[in-house]
Design a binder for this molecule. Structure first.
Ligand code: 5GP
Length: 192
């Protein structure tokens, strides 16, 4: 960096890289290819969980070589804490009914599994044709309830991660990689 260049948040946000941009790109390509094969002739409708899944959704749909539609659902998140309250609240409902569609729920990360379990129950009650989950990350050590994600990007250890849509206090979503803090005291660790 020369003296004239501004400091780069994206290149030096004070994090260790856990999953690189290239690794994410490759894996999403594979997931998109598999989804393309599996959903031939179906009425594919992706529902992304706001806000964390928006970056993943944007990249994933460009690797699915099929006609498809998208919608978003808003769920209450951790806010400025890294510990899940276990409470799931809808903050933005779907724009269109998913009834009769082949729904693929797109989520950034499976932590306790409570959010996806709740969403699967409400979507199933809306008489969808089929329903599956595509999650970028999974933290199996944290599961309180098992959810079956047909399409899974990466399994990670019990670490609080940010980047690629995932935030801490609404920041870090714009990082193209998944990272963990270099200084663990910088974030309140999630102990469950
Ligand atoms: P769950 O209901 O599975 O416990 O939590 C799902 C939601 O918690 C995710 O969609 C995400 O918003 C948040 N979450 C869980 N683990 C992490 C993490 O390591 N980092 C961030 N930024 N959010 C997380």
């Amino acid at each position: 960096m020369t003296a004239n260049q501004p400091a780069s948040f994206i290149h030096d946000p004070g994090l260790e890289v856990l999953i690189t941009e290239a690794q994410i790109h490759t894996r999403i390509g594979e997931m998109g290819e598999q989804i393309t094969k599996d959903y031939q002739g179906k009425n594919l409708h992706l529902i992304a969980v706001l806000k964390g899944a928006c970056v993943f959704l944007s990249d994933l749909i460009r690797h699915i070589d099929l006609p498809l539609t998208i919608d978003f659902i808003g769920i209450s998140s951790y806010g400025a804490s890294t510990k899940s309250s276990g409470e799931v609240k809808i903050t933005k409902d779907l724009d269109k009914s998913p009834t009769g569609k082949d729904v693929l729920v797109v989520e950034d990360i499976i932590d306790t599994g409570l959010t996806l379990n709740y969403l699967m129950n409400i979507f199933q009650s809306r008489e969808v044709n089929s329903i599956n989950i595509a999650a970028l990350l999974d933290k199996p050590e944290r599961h309180e309830i098992e959810v079956d994600a047909q399409y899974l990007g990466f399994t990670i250890p019990n670490l609080f991660v940010v980047g690629y849509g995932l935030d801490f206090a609404e920041r870090y979503r714009n990082l193209p990689f998944i990272g963990v803090p270099k200084d663990p005291d910088a974030f309140v660790q999630s102990k469950g």
